[in-house]
Ligand binder design. Sequence first.
Ligand SMILES: [Mg+2]
Length: 252
Amino acid sequence: MTVYLIDLDGTVYRGLKTIEGAAQKIDEIRAAGHKVLFFSNNSTRSRKDLARKLSEMGVKAREDEVCSAAYALVLFLKERKKRVYFIGEESLRKELAQEGVALSEEGEVVAVGLDRAFNYEKLAHALTLTLKGAQIVAANDDATYPTHEGIRPGAGAIVAAIERASGKKALVLGKPYEFIYKVLKQMMGEEEMVVVGDRLDTDIYFAKRFGLKSILVLSGIAKKEDIAKSKIKPDEIIPSLAHLNLSPPTSP
Ligand SMILES: [Mg+2]
């Protein structure tokens, strides 16, 4: 059995549209006796909401099949038991509160996800707290993300604003960093894992860093020209998830 770590944005969907053949391939992976784990740097939604979004788009998904940067942030903050000033959106805010994270304007940690209502006031408050010694923790540092309306600034652009103002560096939890790898290991143990994703700097770099097999899809951010220019080389390149060749199932 192989665990397929499947990225979402640019791999399963682009904005509100699923990528052709993705839903069928995911069914096929399960039917062949392998496991699917949706492995995303999404930093706005709880696991439950992300699984629901996938299901509504026709991609079968359970909450426990999601491992995201948002989830990494929840686990990190739960462990730390500190007061948290949260910059991010409602779905994730709700999950943090449900998990017992103490959300407060007087945070000892400034936690950052993508926040499409980010503004100068929030930046100023994050600066005040970091100057008092608060740690900056980011779900991801993606510069951009693709939507059906084009490329938009990602959580990394917000993190960069806080870093620039405070002169401090954020601890980043999502792909390609170590914290989310530890989360994966906890979820999947010693199973063989294959990363499938559309970005060289997060998906493929993550796989290389932690010794996993990597497959790049060309249905999202990375284009053929980018691979030639980059030092990060995937093990395989396929046009889209629909073209994934499954490993033969291991006999019991
Ligand atoms: Mg992606």
